[in-house]
Every structure is written in structure tokens, then in C-alpha cells.
Design a protein around this ligand. Structure first.
Ligand code: UFG
Length: 323
């Protein structure tokens, strides 16, 4: 299938493009290149546009026709939780206008398959350590709200005009499937930790008094390559039949604490570094891990990589980045 990947020049999008090629599909990237990098795309065609901009629908319809697109994987979004609290209107504008423009163009051009990149941020701060997809979502920041509303838009398009669509709720994505596709953004724990080590600074641990076994926050870290493969499984699922919109958690089902991530960094790299126990970060849930029964049973997908695989692949990839 010819698949348009929005956010295709990003860290996750570029892994999805590689996975599509391996599976025999023909990806086309769409990206505004504000945080994406063209070098990640190789010979993949690029449509360069801000998907949330007023003229995007016409550009999309032309691109769908030119490339004979039959499905979309929609990753392009602003995704910094903290920034979304500072600039909620910007997050609503960027993350929801883009979905609206896409759906208008897809309906006009009769593109009927869509995988929507959602997030565990839709759950908010659940009172269970492992969440399944039927848990009542109560996001606690505008970023999570935009992702939940995006899911509702998928469901509405499914009911109204038969769009075949699934939403994938990503948990904590990290690691690198290819050295040249590293996460260079320094926005999440593992890249932040390696950046601190490189700059001979202490790694800050946000809170050591959480109600968790070792007092630090627990998250479900998923290797980006496993996540990319989940998109291929989702596409296969969509192509089988007309279905209702479905939602799948994409995680490992195993939670790791911040201290366990730090230990993995020590084990994998053998590097010496300091850590600093600092106060809790506002808005963090104590523990958030995925119940992965639905995706394993329905899509036949299962994460293959461990936390050590994630940490070592990130370490190898950033060691190869140009200074
Ligand atoms: N943390 C630290 N020190 C740091 C950075 C993070 O202790 O310097 C801790 C956080 O408190 C948290 C954990 O490491 O407990 C992971 O934090 P991240 O900022 O890497 O990720 P979040 O869990 O806050 O959020 C990530 C994505 C969201 C997504 C969410 C889904 O950034 O987009 O996972 O679980 F919604």
C-alpha cells in the first residue's frame, strides 16, 4: 500500500517509514521540518507543509491523488506536555486543526484507512498501576486532551463515512532501531539522562517518595522499533475488513522505575555519573503501565525488546551522532 506518514521526518515517524518499507509498502512522508529532519528520509518522497495551516487540505488532496495514497499514519503533532500547559491554544490549534484538515482531505479523496498516533497521556493519572483501554480517560494536560479528542474524531469519521481507523496509545517510547534515527530531542528521561552524563552533570530524579516499590516513578518503556512494527500490524488489521474504530495500548506491560532506568544505564554503559534526588515534577502520575492484552490478542503484536535493549540502542545511536 502507498501510505502517507505525517511527521515522517521525526524520530518515531522515520522508524515507521523504515518498517513500512520492510513490510513491502510504499511510504510518502509529510512533515513541516520544524523538529523533523529531512536526512532521516533518504529517498522517501517528502510533502513539506504544516498540516494545521489553512491551505493544507488542498495540498493533501493533491498529494493523495499524485501518490495514489490508500492510507495515512498520522503522527505529526506537538508533544511536549509542559509546553501544552503553557500554550494550550497552540496545542489545540496544531494537534486538532491537523486532524480536521486530514479528515476533510481523506474524505474528499476517498482515502479510507488511518492509523492515529495517540498517547498514554489520554489516561491522565490513573488510580491503577496498569491501565487497559476501557479505563475512563481523564487527561491532566492539554496535550493529552488533544490526543483524546483526536480519538473521538476517528470514531466519528468511522461512524459517519466508514473510515477504517485505529488509535494507538503510545507509552514511553525510547531507543533507536537505526543509529542514524536517534532521538536527538533531549525531551524524555533516557535522552535527558545521557545528555546530563555527556555534560558531566547529575541526572535529576523527580521524586523519591512516590507510592512505588523504590519511591521513584514507574513507566512502561517501549522500544521505538517495536512501536513502529505495531503500526504495520495495525494496517494489516485495517485492511482485513470494515470495523469500528478501535484503540490499542502500545507498551510492554512491564513498568520500570526511574531508578531501574538509571541502573540499566550503569549496567549497559559502565559509565560513572551522579544522580540528584529532587522534588516531584508537577503533573506526573506515580505509575503508568500498559495492559497489553488487547493488542497481543487482536493484532498478534508483542514487544520484543527489553529496557536494556532500549538503553543500549540509544547509547549506540547517540555515540554516532555528528557533534
Ligand atoms: N524523569 C526524571 N528526571 C528527568 C526526566 C524525567 O526523573 O530528568 C522522570 C519523570 O518524572 C517520569 C519519567 O522520568 O517519571 C519519564 O518522564 P518523561 O518526561 O520521559 O515521560 P513522561 O512519562 O512524562 O511522558 C511520556 C511522553 C508523553 C506521553 C507519556 C505516556 O513524553 O508524551 O510518556 O506515558 F504521553
Amino acid at each position: 500500500m502507498k501510505i502517507l506518514v505525517t511527521g515522517g521526518a521525526g524520530y518515531i515517524g522515520s522508524h515507521v517509514i523504515r518498517a513500512l518499507k520492510v513490510a513491502g509498502h510504499e511510504p510518502i512522508a509529510l512533515d513541516d521540518l520544524t523538529s523533523g529532519k529531512q536526512v532521516r528520509l533518504g529517498d522517501t518522497p517528502l510533502v513539506q507543509i504544516d498540516l494545521a495551516s489553512p491551505g493544507a487540505t488542498e495540498v493533501l488532496i493533491d498529494a493523495f491523488r499524485e501518490y495514489e495514497v490508500s492510507g495515512v499514519i498520522h503522527l505529526a503533532a506537538r508533544k511536549s506536555v509542559g509546553e501544552s500547559v503553557e500554550k494550550p491554544e497552540y496545542y489545540y490549534q496544531q494537534n486538532l486543526h491537523s486532524v480536521t484538515n486530514l479528515l476533510v482531505a481523506m474524505r474528499a479523496a476517498n482515502v479510507m484507512n488511518m492509523v492515529f498516533s495517540s498517547s498514554a497521556a489520554t489516561y491522565g493519572s490513573p488510580d491503577v498501576p496498569q491501565v487497559d483501554e476501557d479505563y475512563n480517560c481523564r487527561p491532566i494536560n492539554p496535550y493529552g486532551e488533544t490526543k483524546l479528542i483526536g480519538e473521538w474524531m476517528m470514531a466519528a469519521a468511522n461512524q459517519s463515512w466508514g473510515l477504517r481507523t485505529v488509535s494507538l496509545r503510545y507509552f514511553n517510547v525510547a531507543g533507536a532501531g537505526f543509529e542514524e534515527l536517534a532521538d536527538t530531542a533531549v525531551a524524555n528521561l533516557i535522552p535527558i539522562a545521557f545528555n546530563a552524563i555527556a555534560n558531566k552533570k547529575a541526572i535529576q530524579i523527580f521524586g523519591s517518595d512516590w507510592p512505588t516499590p523504590d519511591g521513584s516513578c514507574v513507566r512502561d518503556y517501549i522500544h521505538v522499533q517495536d512501536l513502529a512494527d505495531a503500526h504495520i500490524s495495525a494496517l494489516e488489521y485495517l485492511s482485513q475488513d470494515s470495523r469500528e474504530h478501535s484503540v490499542f495500548n502500545v507498551g510492554t506491560g512491564t513498568g520500570s522505575s526511574v531508578l531501574e532506568v538509571i541502573q540499566s544505564i550503569r549496567d549497559v554503559t559502565g559509565l560513572e555519573f551522579e544522580v540528584d534526588l529532587v522534588p516531584r515534577r508537577p503533573g506526573d502520575p506515580a505509575a503508568l503501565s500498559a495492559d497489553v492484552s488487547r493488542i497481543e490478542k487482536t493484532l498478534g503484536w508483542k514487544a520484543k525488546h527489553t529496557l536494556d535493549d532500549i538503553v543500549s540502542s540509544h547509547y549506540r545511536a547517540i555515540s554516532k551522532q555528528p557533534l
